[in-house]
Write a protein that binds this ligand. Sequence first.
Ligand code: PXG
Length: 442
Amino acid sequence: MALDRKPAPNDLDAFWMPFTANRQFKKAPRMFVSAKDMHYTTQDGRQVLDGTAGLWCCNAGHCRPKITAAIQRQAGEMDYAPAFQMGHPQAFELANRLIDIAPDGMEHVFYANSGSEAVETALKIAIAYHRAKGQGTRTRLIGRERGYHGVNFGGISVGGIVNNRKFFGSLLTGVDHLPHTHLPVQNAFTRGQPEHGAHLADELERLVALHGPETIAAVIVEPVAGSTGVILPPKGYLERLRALTQKHGILLIFDEVITGFGRMGAPFASQFFGVTPDMITCAKGLTNGVIPMGAVITTGAVHDAFMQGPEHMIELFHGYTYSGNPIASAAGIATLETYREEGLFQRAAEIAPYWEAALHSLRGLPHVIDIRNLGLIGAVELDPIAGEPTKRAFAAFLDAYESGILIRTTGDIIAMSPPLIIEKAQIDELIGKLATVLKRLH
Ligand code: PXG
């Protein structure tokens, strides 16, 4: 029936775009057609400097030859192998390589296909873990205000971004939230980790007192919150959260979908902060954003709790058709090789002070009310237009795009997370152009 109405090749109507103002976009579309290293090329042939590594995922830059070749090779050799009760070498190889760079004590990898699925997987493992240990009352999950853990029901339940939750009904029951750690009065314009706010981790004691420790399965937090507009952990905060979760027998999950793979100048934020959780969720930079893949990395203790029943029994009734997909695995192996060969995690650590200085040079420009940074993450918070939140930052985003730089905005916060291959001159260009944009903002 629909066949008699052939859409024109450039009809934009059919694709319902994610997290996008569809009607606004389709009136004035912004299209990328190719990408290389630090740049995108737009449909009208302009070069745009990538200040966001795509969506926090292309940590090695774009169209890197080794990754492209690995995908091509694997696609020709074996496209797909069943994920359940069958294996293929690449998935095992990638798991080993992940464990090599993961924090000490993290020993096993469960594959998903996105950050959202990695989160659902970790939450389910947490609940099933306690049950396997004979503590089936531990089912409660604790997230944090302003947290982002993907868009599936578990993730939005433990997450704390209001618009991602409020349209979608009653969500999971048995969830509670820690307070966020954004304290602008005390911490505005801090370089790196803020001084104030470690005590906010102690709120976990209140939740434990309220619900009883024997009801709580896990606490999940982003070591550095990204999507909400970059909120950093105050000094000592993550350490306290680790101590308290340990004290009460609660699993700690670090959602490292953004912070993993060198963003902080270490393989994972866990190593950067010197705090080891019981599980890490990751995605994005795992394959350099090229092929969807996510993973949960667990300690030996979490994994081993499941390995107790008869050997012919499936230990965890969970998995995806594409868990450890061969092409995604090949992309992951080539991505980790690229990071290692080019020393990109180290490079991020080395260039981070330059990034910090450049970012904070924006202080004093119109509407700038805070600047935050850590590793190769940066955020510039703008004063919202009275009664019209998000408009000012989005205007900056559009002007930046026209000026040849890609930034992200969330609310009235500009967030940046360039590929780890960024050069100092490119930092100058990104921040210089952003300064020009900010100066002409209304
Ligand atoms: N956890 C965290 C911490 C994330 O940042 C997810 C889970 C979900 O991943 P998937 O792969 O399901 O999207 C994320 C994703 C942005 C932005 O600009 C951030 C994300 C995704 C898209 C845009 O802030 N984070």
